[in-house]
Design a protein around this ligand. Structure first.
Ligand code: PMP
Length: 398
């Protein structure tokens, strides 16, 4: 007899991206497909020193079960880090450590979404968020973006019409959009939260990866300026893109009631995030190495983003439209169909693989009416020379 699975699985399917990743083993392929940082840039020495310090100084805590809320010295380091970025009065008790920010998203889904509840997300948004919220039975509503991120006037109409359980946004260098929400729209989002008494979830794994000027303050930092908004805001952070995704250290900042429910759910899920990873992360942050690592990463990604932008403009010209990213890991582009060239991202991805270059078509990032002419190109893992070669192959595929 076939196994009988839970009904909730009917709402989700294996990510199209995973299927694509199977093809990446092909020899010689240049990949713009991944959503991850460059492993060549990990601060191995710093992480080794931090894990040694954790074992030398606190072996009991580092190897024992830990509190579900997180390892206290790490909560203190994270709150100090967030405070340094403008999140005033953020106490360690205002956040819990999660197993990657992915778990923070899962806990939000688990604590907030009942089947049929409406949740507004950007169109396009992070694929794993779409899948995670759907697993809990959410009906996702797509709020359109432009070059500056979510269109707050349309967002207001959607909130008024659908009265969502919450709104999920990636305001800073979105995945996949790379878009940066300007200050006025950030304020507007917080005002909408208060006006409609709607929870807003800010997912912010990329905010520290800026190439020029620092981006506007996070919604969390800005909430101090919009009375009442802090009580309607959850914020997900992560060390994945700035230190190491393998550590699986993220965090969730949320109003006390929500944080308590999320902690309860985490208890039933993984009891606690790896104490060894948390103690290592705490030692790393305490050693003061993160600012140097960030400076190095920003410089490398900035150079690669520029190289990709320049190569796309040179080799694909009118056939592609995109906004040069100011941070993050991605160029979000759209095939224009100019000159009778391909205008379908899915077909283009297949042809590109044949020419030895991979990227992710944009379709899976939409929870409704996909724009099938879109693509996500990551500049994070290939060096400048490979980026130029990869874009030349894209031009051939086109
Ligand atoms: N949110 C966004 C927008 C992401 O792009 C990612 C990783 N790709 C995550 C959350 C999850 O990251 P992690 O669990 O490694 O912190």
């Amino acid at each position: 007899m076939p196994l009988q699975f839970a009904d909730r699985l009917n709402n989700v399917e294996t990510s199209a991206i995973r299927e694509l990743f199977k093809l990446l083993g092909k020899p010689g392929i240049i990949s713009f497909a991944g959503g991850f940082p460059d492993s060549a840039m990990f601060d191995v020495d710093g992480i080794r020193a931090a894990s040694n310090a954790a074992l030398d100084q606190e072996p009991g805590a580092a190897l024992q079960y830990g509190a579900t809320e997180g390892y206290q010295p790490l909560r203190e380091q994270i709150s100090a880090f967030m405070t340094s970025k403008g999140a005033a009065a953020l106490a360690p008790e205002n956040l819990i450590v999660t197993t990657g920010s992915q778990q923070a998203l899962d806990l939000l889904g688990k604590t907030l979404i009942s089947p049929g509840d409406k949740v507004i997300v950007e169109g396009p948004t992070f694929l794993a968020t779409i899948q995670c919220f759907r697993l809990y039975g959410a009906e996702l509503i797509s709020a359109p973006i432009d070059a500056d991120g979510v269109q707050t006037d349309v967002l207001e109409q959607l909130i008024a019409e659908h009265k969502p359980k919450f709104v999920y946004l990636i305001p800073t260098f979105g995945n996949p959009s790379g878009a940066l929400l300007p200050l006025d729209r950030r304020k507007k989002v917080l005002e909408l939260a208060v006006k409609y008494n709607t929870l807003v979830v800010e997912d912010d794994p990329y905010g520290d990866l800026y190439f020029g000027e620092a981006p506007p303050p996070s919604l969390l930092a800005l909430s101090a300026q919009v009375p009442g908004s802090r009580d309607l805001l959850a914020h997900c952070g992560s060390l994945s893109k700035v230190l190491s995704p393998g550590l699986r250290v993220g965090w969730l900042v949320a109003p006390p009631e929500l944080l308590a429910k999320a902690t309860m759910c985490k208890q039933f899920s993984d009891a606690a995030t790896s104490t060894f990873a948390q103690a290592t992360a705490a030692q790393y942050l305490k050693a003061g190495r993160l600012p140097g690592t960030l400076t190095r990463m920003r410089a490398v990604y900035a150079e690669r983003a520029q190289a990709m932008g320049d190569a796309l403009r040179k080799d694909l010209g009118q056939a592609i439209a995109f906004v040069q990213p100011q941070g993050g890991l991605f160029v979000w582009a759209r095939l224009t169909g100019a000159g009778g060239k391909v205008a379908d991202g899915n077909a283009f991805a297949k042809r590109a693989i044949e020419k030895g270059v991979a990227f992710v078509p944009g379709t899976p990032f939409f929870c409704a009416q996909p724009d099938s002419a879109t693509l996500r190109l990551s500049f994070a893992t290939a060096d400048v020379e490979k980026i130029r070669e990869g874009v030349a192959r894209l031009a051939q595929a086109l």
